[in-house]
Every structure is written in structure tokens, then in C-alpha cells.
Write a protein that binds this ligand. Structure first.
Ligand SMILES: *Cc1c(COP(=O)(O)O)cnc(C)c1O
Length: 466
């Protein structure tokens, strides 16, 4: 049996310390038997899973087991000491979840990943892991509603504060907010729902000049359309609920580390302080995350402190659904992008539609960023503003027959929602407007139905609403 080069294990005192040197730090560790230069679509099907290690099952099995046999006493001791890779307890690591982590890390070009129970667990774990102990985050307000609430209203309760910027692509504005306690800049690569694009490369450069990390939420484009680590992002988070799983059937999230950031640069005391969970006081050995894990310190800390303590675990069943979904990610997203572009263009010519937000249209001020970062398109999310009253918006939503009225994105089904009342309802009015979420905004997530059918459905719903 090939060694399962796992980052993962530990339920006990040394929880997950089994990470060791074998941490997914080489291409083969993540991609299994794949050639290092395997293309994206090939990795989407094969990366991170080795049938020979799994009863030769062609499809990753669902390991519905809370815990794993430690073998004999000496193996148990080696596992717990982190000298051996393997699985102990599914709160910290599980073979099905492990395959998903390796596959997404391989697709994003990261050194490792930790899958969690939801996209919000991924967002909050990553932000807290960077900001913990009184740090500050810089972020725009055009974020997913629950992320705005976390940064503005909830994380301050834990001593982590956010300096909001109007335009995160304005380097002067961002630089003016960097202070001694700043730990990270956080933004969505394609904002939900405005589809505003992040200019990652100069922002990463600015952040790194100051020893600050760049953490991005790459949910909307998925790694098929954009791989932020290639442009300098340090940590990528996803709601796998959306395009990655792709069928609207499993809540999940994942944190991916690029492995290039120096967490021992002096801004992050939590990474250089000695920590009991990765130490061995029986033998008088004390370690910090930075000293023990080097470039993998961040992703190790997510697993060993955050997942192990806060416990928002990805279930093996959901991980399995995400793995199956990932197999068709390139094909699904490219078709959805093609349909989204057609629908966005059609809406610009549709009566009662006063504005279409879609960065892929070719008529936005951000078109240079599309060329630089999104050669395969900006995604399947678009939104539009209609004239008239809230009543007209309601009638459009109720009048569609093919679009499901669902507060989700990235599904195989096409979805419609009124963000001001649903996804961004709790966001304060000022931040809501800053995020482009006004009362007459309608968001679409384009699925895999025939584009002409979707256009006809929108046409009849809009015409009948006035
Ligand atoms: C949906 C979403 C989230 C939250 O993900 P959940 O899986 O619902 O917890 C975070 N960020 C973005 C951009 C999202 O679209």
C-alpha cells in the first residue's frame, strides 16, 4: 500500500501533528500518481486520489467512520507523535475528505488544503487564523453578506477588527489603512453579486511589501476560471457549496494555502509562540507552528487549532459529492460562462432593464482585468437593475418558470434571487448600497439549461411584470 502522504491525523493531544515533513509540499504529494504537468481537466478527475490505497475503488469511497484503527501500540504512538502519517479521528482528518483537500489544492496550485463544513467556516477560520490576538483586516464591503456581517459586526467581539475600503483595487486607499496591527487583506476575486473583479497582482505586491497576507474568496470564478495563488494570493477560500460541487446538493468550504508566505515575519505572534498542541512535553520538546511547519504553518494551524477545536468538519458524504462535482467542473463552468455571456448581452437590449452587471460583457471599466485574469470568462453570476418598483421585481421573480428562486449560486439549475431582501438582508443599508445591492437588483446564477430557453423565460417574466 502506497504511503498516504497525509497531512492529517490526530484526535488526541498531538491532534493532527502527524503532518510532519510529508506535508503535501510536493506535486506528487497532492496529485498522487499524476504527471506533474497534467492539465486542469485531468487533475479535476484524478488529482488527490490513489485507487490502490482504497481497495482499488475507481471512485473515492465514502469513509463513514468516526475513527480509525491505530494498529498496534507502537504505530499508535508514532501516529500520535506525528512521526507517521495516517488517520485517527474524523474531526481532524478523513480519507474521503483528504481526497477532496488534495484535489482542490492541486487545482488551485496550493501546498495543502483543509476542507470544512461550509464556506463561512472557511472564511472565518482563515480570517481568524490570520487576525487572532488583536489583528486587523483590510477589506472592501462588496462581499458576500455573511462575510460583511462577520468582519463588521461579529469578529470584533473576538478582538479582530476590520478597516473597510471603498475600492480595494485603489492601492493608495489600501496602503493608507495598513498599520502595525494589520495582518491580512481580504477580498472576493469576483464579488458576489456585483461581479466586480479584484486586481490581485499589485494588491499582493503591496501586501507583501508590508508583511501582510492576501486572503481571497475565490468562490464565484472557481479554480477553473482563476487561480489566485498564481498571481500572488497567499490563502484561497471557497464555498464548495457553489461551483465546485456544482449541483446545489452539499454545503461545504475549503481553505487552501499557497505556501509562500512567511508567517514568522513578526506580524503574527500566534505562529511564533510555542504551542502545546504541537509540542511533546513528555520529551521536553516545544514548538511553534512557524518553526515546526515552515511554509505549511498556516494550513497546519487551520487544521490543528481551528478544525480540531471549533470542529466545523466536512462530512465524508459531502466531500464525496464535491469530488464527483469537481470531475465536470471545467465542462460545466465553461458552458455556464457561455450562456451567461449570451444572457447578459440579451438583457442589455431588454425593455425595463436599466443596467446589467457582468464583468464579462466587454463594456465595463474593468475589461483590462478580464483580459489579464480571466481568459476563460468571469463566471456564471450576473445581475441586473430594472425600472419600476419593488412590486415589479417581485413579479419578475414570481413570473419565471425555469429559474428557481433560490439564494445560491453555481448550481446546474439556473437560479434567480432579489439580494436586497434575501442574501444581503442583514447588511446595513450603507454597506448594501456600497456592495451594489439596491432594491431593484436581481441576481442570476446561470445553470446548464439551454440558453435560448432561459432567455425566453426571462423575456416573458419581465414583459408580464409591467
Ligand atoms: C456562498 C458564499 C459564501 C458562504 O458559503 P456557505 O457554503 O454558504 O457557507 C462565502 N463567500 C461567497 C462568495 C459565497 O458565494
Amino acid at each position: 500500500m502506497a504511503v498516504n502522504v497525509s497531512v492529517n491525523s490526530g484526535n488526541g493531544k498531538s491532534g493532527g501533528a502527524a503532518a510532519s515533513t510529508a506535508t503535501a509540499s510536493t506535486a506528487t504529494a497532492i496529485t498522487g500518481e499524476l504527471p506533474a504537468d497534467a492539465a486542469f481537466a485531468t487533475r479535476a478527475i484524478h488529482a488527490g486520489y490513489v485507487p490502490a490505497d482504497n481497495g482499488r475503488a475507481a471512485v473515492p469511497p465514502i469513509y463513514a467512520s468516526a475513527a480509525f484503527d491505530l494498529g498496534d501500540a507502537s504505530r499508535g504512538d508514532a501516529l500520535a507523535a506525528g512521526e507517521l502519517d495516517g488517520f485517527e479521528y474524523s474531526r481532524v482528518a478523513n480519507p474521503t475528505v483528504d481526497a477532496l483537500e488534495r484535489r482542490v489544492a492541486a487545482l488551485e496550485g496550493g501546498i495543502g488544503a483543509v476542507a470544512v463544513g461550509s464556506g463561512m467556516a472557511a472564511v472565518t477560520y482563515a480570517l481568524m487564523c490570520a487576525g487572532e490576538g488583536g489583528g486587523r483586516i483590510i477589506a472592501p464591503s462588496n462581499l458576500y453578506g455573511a462575510s460583511v456581517d462577520a468582519l463588521g459586526d461579529f469578529l470584533p467581539q473576538f478582538g479582530i477588527h476590520t478597516d473597510f475600503v471603498k475600492n480595494v483595487n485603489d492601492l493608495d486607499e489600501v496602503a493608507s489603512k495598513i498599520g502595525p496591527d494589520t495582518r491580512a487583506i481580504f477580498a472576493e476575486t469576483v464579488a458576489n453579486p456585483s461581479t466586480e473583479l479584484l486586481d490581485i497582482e499589485p494588491l499582493a505586491r503591496l501586501a507583501h511589501e508590508h508583511g501582510v497576507a492576501l486572503i481571497v474568496d475565490n468562490t464565484v470564478p472557481t479554480p477553473y476560471l482563476l487561480r489566485p495563488i498564481e498571481f500572488g494570493a497567499d490563502v484561497v477560500v471557497h464555498s464548495t457549496t457553489k461551483g465546485i460541487t456544482g449541483h446545489g446538493n452539499a454545503i461545504g468550504g475549503i481553505v487552501v494555502s499557497g505556501g509562500t508566505f512567511d508567517w514568522a515575519n513578526g506580524r503574527f505572534p500566534q505562529f511564533t509562540a510555542r504551542q502545546q498542541v504541537i509540542s511533546d512535553d513528555r520529551n521536553g520538546e516545544w514548538h511553534s507552528f512557524a518553526e515546526k511547519y515552515g511554509k505549511a504553518a498556516f494550513i497546519k494551524r487551520i487544521r490543528i487549532k481551528y478544525l480540531r477545536t471549533f470542529g466545523a468538519v466536512a462530512s465524508p458524504f459531502n466531500a464525496y459529492l464535491s469530488l464527483v462535482g469537481l470531475e465536470t467542473l471545467p465542462q460545466r463552468v465553461s458552458r455556464q460562462v457561455e450562456s451567461a455571456r449570451r444572457i447578459a448581452a440579451h438583457l442589455t437590449r431588454t425593455p425595463h432593464v436599466v443596467k446589467v452587471n457582468y464583468s464579462g460583457l466587454g463594456n465595463t471599466p474593468q475589461f483590462d482585468l478580464v483580459g489579464k485574469y480571466f481568459p476563460n470568462g468571469v463566471g456564471q453570476i450576473l445581475s441586473f437593475l430594472v425600472d419600476g418598483s419593488a412590486d415589479n421585481v417581485r413579479r419578475i421573480i414570481d413570473g419565471t418558470r425555469l429559474f428557481s428562486y433560490v439564494p445560491n449560486i453555481g448550481d446546474a439549475r439556473s437560479l434567480i434571487v432579489d439580494p436586497a431582501h434575501i442574501t444581503h438582508r442583514e447588511v446595513p443599508a450603507e454597506a448594501r448600497v456600497a456592495a451594489g445591492v439596491t432594491d431593484n437588483l436581481i441576481r442570476l446564477s446561470i445553470g446548464l439549461e439551454d440558453a435560448a430557453d432561459l432567455i425566453a423565460d426571462l423575456d416573458q417574466a419581465i414583459a408580464a411584470a409591467y
